[in-house]
Design a protein around this ligand. Sequence first.
Ligand SMILES: Nc1ncnc2c1ncn2[C@@H]1O[C@H](COP(=O)(O)OP(=O)(O)OP(=O)(O)O)[C@@H](O)[C@H]1O
Ligand SMILES: [Mg+2]
Length: 255
Amino acid sequence: MAETILEVRNLHKSFGGVQAIRDLSFSVSAGEVMGLIGPNGSGKSTTVNSLAGLFSATSGQIVLGGEEIQHLPEYPRVAKGLTRTFQTASVFPEFTVREQVRLGSNTTLKSNPLASVFRLGGSSDEEKRVEARIEDILHLTDLHRIADKKVSTISSGEQRFLMIATALAADPKLILLDEPAAGLISHERKTLSELIKLIRSRGIAVLVIEHHMALIMEVCDRIVVLNFGSKIAEGTPTEIRSNKAVIDAYLGEAA
Ligand SMILES: Nc1ncnc2c1ncn2[C@@H]1O[C@H](COP(=O)(O)OP(=O)(O)OP(=O)(O)O)[C@@H](O)[C@H]1O
Ligand SMILES: [Mg+2]
């Protein structure tokens, strides 16, 4: 059996009077793609934000690779192998695509992260390894063709792939993708499906939120369904598609 990468135990998150997540538990294994679906406002982004450490959960445990991380801020969670896509692309529009991806690798560098972005100083063995990994990620995400272009000049679809590449550069055990297909056109969605499968084939666990059901059903090994912050179902795409509670709460409207 594959190693458990993430275990979420009895997670709760309230915003004032709003209970955005109620008693949520699930786990994700190495090389598994887990989908997180549900109606608008059902708590999907709150789940991802709690896992990533953007804010702290009200109660419950988040266990990454056997270690409780719910008390940690965002950055140390990234260093421990939990990373998400965020819109860093717009932060440094003057960076090239390659520089932006290199920025994502900072958490893996022991020495002088900023120097690594601009490739200052000598190239240690460590830096050479990081450079090789960046080239690998640029190929994996098909961004190598535009690696020297400025981030401000690439299309919005390419920026979405750049976010994933930047997250991959942190060398994650688990990557969280919140609506990665939003704004993508049909052939880009297909490329995204292929990329998620490639990420899985490298043994990285993926948690993906999406409203595009065709994509979810194609790439996910299992799916957790939320409604009003509670888990109402968990299973394979085939099981979820025919689950009455899921059809009533969500799929009926999405289909
Ligand atoms: N920072 C916040 N402060 C207050 N309430 C919040 C905050 N973030 C989310 N909520 C509330 O928590 C609930 C869950 O929201 P969340 O964004 O997690 O839903 P979602 O499933 O991601 O929805 P969508 O499909 O629209 O992205 C909603 O009622 C929302 O209004
Ligand atoms: Mg959301």
